[in-house]
Design a protein around this ligand. Structure first.
Ligand code: ADP
Length: 390
């Protein structure tokens, strides 16, 4: 049974076609530069990759090209082979405490949350509408980045700001990367053979967030109203005193929106180092003796350790720290630095295992708190949700 997992951005469309329930990837691909004459459609299947550049004016054309590509390459014999489509939607607000079967009402509800995610929700909707047109009889499911964190209690999700802001405008912490945190925490519970485990997940990619999971439920997470809050990332500052907005706006004669753009796109690794948003460049330059590259790395590690300490206290204990996403899965030096920074919790790194890749434990048997690498897989999580709800 074939399920499609879709992630639509404002000018892109990423997808994976999975065989379920085996969870094997049959094909995957990407349409980039939608809206341009030189858009690129890349399709990967059976270890083969084909790429074409042509005009693709909108998501409807992109979806059509994808489905046609799958048929032309005999990955599916007709559209009827696809029995469900799962769509990643960034912001589910307080409306969606679960994934949802898409209908007109659900689309309106997702649109109504656009104030909270102006860059993401409208783009996600464009993808949903395009697939509904091409596959009108196939169940479509919305899977939200925020749902997993809807188990946080008020003490964890409210800001200490005027309560009316929450009541009237929905100003609160929502958290993101929920699909990844859920996938990884379910796997961690299996590896630990403990459904009640207390774990902290470090999803460290270009975007990065931490999540405290107690007995399978998210009890706190580092991202907030938007993905800007929390730890420093590739280009995002993470937590910062909001007064900075006013000061920089005055000094540089910028609007608040422009300063926010600096905090989202020109901060983090990129802003501190002045070199790159990519951890590989940061670590290489740090080892070449670049002070600002070292700072970019050290500030991130310190902030991550701050969160781990706070979540350890909040959960009243900790069984395991999990590393996932681009940096978490691939950068042994970052994992080592973080684990050393929280060594006081009783962590003993297994240096040899930490040098390797793929799912594994990277602490010794004697380590009081364990650490693991668990590769994330948001597409599989989306496909599982489609299977559950279709
Ligand atoms: P996102 O999905 O948030 O765009 P990723 O999870 O792909 O990001 O992570 C991107 C980050 O992971 C970059 O900083 C990059 O340096 C790092 N990264 C990705 N792949 C590797 C790798 N093979 N080795 C080392 N670092 C990697």
């Amino acid at each position: 049974m074939k399920i499609m997992a879709v992630n639509a951005g404002s000018s892109s469309l990423k997808f994976q076609l999975l065989e379920m329930p085996s969870e094997d990837v049959i094909a995957s691909g990407l349409v980039e530069r939608i809206g341009y004459y030189n858009a690129v459609f890349t399709l990967k299947m059976n270890g083969e990759k084909v790429s074409i550049t042509q005009e693709i004016l909108n998501h409807k054309e992109a979806v059509h090209l994808v489905t046609k590509g799958l048929i032309d390459h005999k990955i599916i014999s007709s559209l009827d082979d696809i029995v469900g489509v799962g769509h990643r939607v960034v912001q589910g607000g307080e409306i969606f405490k679960n994934s949802a079967v898409i209908n007109d009402k659900v689309i309106e509800q997702i649109k109504s949350l656009s104030d909270l995610a102006p860059l993401h929700n409208p783009a996600n909707i464009t993808g949903i509408e395009a697939f509904r047109k091409d596959l009108p009889d196939v169940p479509q499911i919305a899977v939200f980045d925020t749902t997993f964190h809807q188990t946080m209690t008020e003490d964890a999700f409210l800001y200490a700001a005027p309560y009316e802001w929450y009541q009237q405008y929905g100003v609160r912490k929502y958290g993101f990367h929920g699909t990844s945190h859920q996938f990884v925490s379910e796997r961690a519970a299996v590896l630990l053979d403990n459904k009640k485990a207390k774990i902290i997940i470090c999803h460290l990619g270009n975007g990065a967030s931490l999540c405290a999971v107690d007995s399978g439920k998210s009890v706190d997470t580092s991202m907030g109203l938007t993905p800007l809050e929390g730890i420093p990332m590739g280009t995002r500052s993470g937590n910062i005193d909001p007064t900075v907005l006013m000061l920089i706006s005055d000094k540089e004669n910028k609007s608040y929106a422009e300063v926010l753009d600096d905090l989202n796109k020109r901060s983090g690794f990129l802003g501190v180092s002045g070199i790159s948003n990519d951890s590989r460049d940061i670590l290489r330059e740090m080892e070449n003796g670049n002070h600002r590259a070292r700072l970019a790395h050290e500030i991130q590690v310190k902030r991550i350790a701050d969160y781990i300490g706070s979540y350890y206290v909040y959960m009243g204990g900790l069984d395991a720290i999990i590393f996932t996403a681009g940096i978490g899965e691939n950068e042994s030096r970052v994992r080592e630095a973080i684990l050393n920074a929280v060594k006081v919790l009783g962590i003993e790194i297994d240096q040899e295992e930490n040098q390797k890749r793929g799912e594994r434990m990277i602490t010794t048997k004697n380590s009081k708190v364990k650490a693991f690498i668990i590769p994330t897989n948001e597409e599989v999580m989306i496909a599982r949700e489609v299977m559950r709800l279709k």
